[in-house]
Design a protein around this ligand. Sequence first.
Ligand code: HEM
Length: 464
Amino acid sequence: MQAQLRPENISGIGSGFDPLSPEVRRCPHPHYAALNRAPVQPVAGHPNFYLVSSYDTVSEVLMDPETYDGQPFPGYEVNIMSAMRPEPHKRLRGAIQSLFTNQSLTQLTPHIEAQVRRRTAELLAAGQGDLMALWANPIPLSVIARLFGFPEGEADLARLHRYGDAAIRLVIPLGGPGLPVPRGLVARWRQALGLLTALPPLLRLLWQLPAAERKALSQLPNPMADLPGYPRTGFPHHPELARLILEFQLEVLGILHDHLRNPRDEVVDALLPPYRRGELRLGEILSSALQILVAGYETTANTLGAAVHRFSTEPERLRELQDHPERIEAYVEELLRLDAPLQRTLRRTTRPVRLAGVDLPENAQLILMLGAANLDATRFDCPEQFDPARGNARRHLAFGRGIHMCIGAQLARLEARLALAELVPRLQAVELLPEDPPQRVTDKDIGMWGYTRLPVRLTPRSVT
Ligand code: HEM
């Protein structure tokens, strides 16, 4: 029998829980214990959307990609890796994996070390400022730049930051209402101007791609715009953001052409053999570059931000890591569990299915609450407690699970470990500024948990 799916009928949650409300986005954790007690429930105010929580239920969904598809729209293929069906995904992931081998990580390590040395020295010399802008953002940005052979000057990284921001807002409005459709004369006028400025990079990109790949490209800024009940976004509505994405892809294409002519043993060259063998198309490299920028930059930056934020509220953690630097890895895992940078992700049912005792129709949109699963008391003892010594901290779902499990997990861990290994011995204390409190990311529908600004005052410690 179909379960009664009205929120007010679900014990433990009460009515009106909306994961997209500004209050919940600012502070979701207090709701998670109740969500985990009722692992499948409809989202108030969002017809056809269901919240999925609890460790076992979220894992069950992630491990069954045939029943729970990453493609948000029935009958339409969004060309990004995290949305792909198992078969095309396997081929693409296999080829893109060449960027994330042990050899690539070894190749990237001296670059990450140099970056964390430089950014940490600058941060401590500044003494006070926005930790995200000074330290947490530039480190992963520069790593992604290096991954793709992108230029690494400050202006280049700022441009990369703008590209990533546009992509998060435009291409992947997972589990959210998306950007508003422009209305009114002024907004329409701006939209028309935006379309004019987006046209030249679009034409340039189309011109440079083989004819067979042009169709796939035109689908990149996806057509969610006009499907009823889905987020309204996409190229025609927000051409100013689409333009940035096209410019990013043009830059990546230029780099690839350059490396095809002059291979030079950099990480990005790992993509050339699968491309030459025909296992990877140019358009796929471009869409994967965009996905890597979106998935790999802010998530890692927010992990770094969360690590330092915790030193301000629990200074004994800083002392502990100074005395036991070998505990940094466990500290990072426990941070990822409690402060999962992606609090949720999305799947769609491909058939009617019963999940955690609730009957779901075909094409139901499931919001998987990764952050709630990580606080499931049946898996993690005293789950709200920050306890890096717990034996199973690494079993968190912050990187997902199954075929779409984060391809950059080891790289993110490496960056966090090296960044903390550099900062921790040099830091006496970090304080938040009461007059300038941290600002949370609340406007990105992808489910990002982290900071737009994290103003701090730092006291350096002399290292002997
Ligand atoms: C702490 C940092 C990170 C977190 C918390 C994180 C989280 C995640 C999660 C939860 C997924 C799975 C989404 C799903 O199943 O719907 C994912 C996938 C992905 N991540 Fe990460 N990520 C991080 C860092 C990175 C980095 C550094 C990169 C690359 C440089 C990256 C690239 C990707 C890609 C390409 C996918 C799609 C994989 C696929 O579909 O096969 N991520 N990430």
